[in-house]
Design a protein around this ligand. Structure first.
Ligand code: NAD
Length: 264
């Protein structure tokens, strides 16, 4: 990790992730939070989270920052990406639910300053994603590949974005398209498993933070690659690690793979 002291602005600061980011950042020597931004009109404006007071205007503070970290909402993510990168400030975002056009706009901003957008900032999940691609390539289609995920009862989408991220890695490992190989559900007389399918299984219940297992089932052996999240702080810590890493990077679009596996 870089030893550079990075000045951070957190966008979406009163949210679950925003608060986790501020709390975790306050325990790190490598970063300092110089401003915390929330939605204009938010009842949190003027309140303090940790040592920082919440304000509603990113532009007013942008000149103080090395990196903006955004965990807010799609529209504010795009706006924050523009404001940060136009000022030459690096941008890290974990906001999900962006349309393809919004994502493209955020990616376009990387021409002006370094940008990293990731749907999952957990270090473990990003290591798992790489392992899945390797295992999928090495085993080939003689091993049946299935992805299981479990989340709390309040989760509204399925399979999880992380399961899809792992599915894409599995498909890439075999040089196939996930859209063509995905088997989203099985019920009734579905017939024997088609070779090369990538199956998804979903469990919902209780307060499970997030579990993902990729099964590779061969004849006479089975490989299971599992990640279990027990604390949402993993996303905040991963995003802070990414912010430290990107603080000295040139303009360009980066991923968590770059943070975890590149040597510079
Ligand atoms: P949340 O609803 O608790 O917080 C969102 C915050 O953004 C709120 O404080 C809200 O007031 C603020 N906000 C909304 N509009 C804003 C604006 N215009 N300007 C500034 N702030 C604004 O949600 P959360 O659980 O903290 O998650 C936030 C985002 O991060 C979601 O998209 C979620 O899916 C995503 N997320 C990503 C990861 C990951 O690893 N990539 C992990 C967890 C959550």
């Amino acid at each position: 990790m870089s030893t550079h002291m990075s000045k951070l602005i957190i966008v979406g600061a009163s949210g679950r992730m925003g608060r986790a980011l501020i709390e975790n950042a306050e325990q790190m020597e490598e970063v300092t939070v110089v401003a915390a931004i929330d939605r204009p009109g938010s009842s949190w404006l003027g309140e303090r989270i940790g040592g920082v007071q919440l304000t509603g205007d990113l532009s007013e503070h942008i000149s103080q920052a090395d990196v903006v970290i955004d965990f807010s909402a799609p529209e504010s993510c795009v706006r924050a990406a523009r404001i940060a990168t136009q000022a030459g400030v690096r941008f890290v975002s974990g906001t999900t639910g962006l349309t393809a056009a919004q994502l493209e706009e955020v990616e376009e901003c990387s021409k002006q300053a370094a940008v990293l957008h990731a749907a999952n900032f957990s270090v473990g999940v990003n290591v798992l994603e790489r392992l899945v691609e390797l295992a999928s390539a090495a085993t080939g289609e003689s091993f049946d590949l299935e992805i299981f995920e479990a989340h709390h009862r309040r989760k509204v989408d399925a399979p999880s974005g992380t399961a899809l991220f792992l599915g894409e890695a599995a498909a890439r490992g075999r040089d196939v398209s996930l859209d063509e190989r995905a088997q989203w559900s099985r019920h009734g007389q579905v017939g024997a498993r088609e070779p090369g399918e990538i199956g998804f299984q979903v469990l919902r219940g209780g307060d499970i933070v997030g579990e993902h297992t990729v099964f590779l089932c061969g004849d006479g052996e089975r490989l299971e690659l599992t990640h279990r999240a027990t604390d949402r702080g993993i996303f905040a810590r991963g995003a802070l690690r990414a912010a430290c890493w990107i603080a000295t990077k040139r303009p360009g679009l980066y991923t968590m793979r770059d943070v975890l596996f590149s040597r510079s």
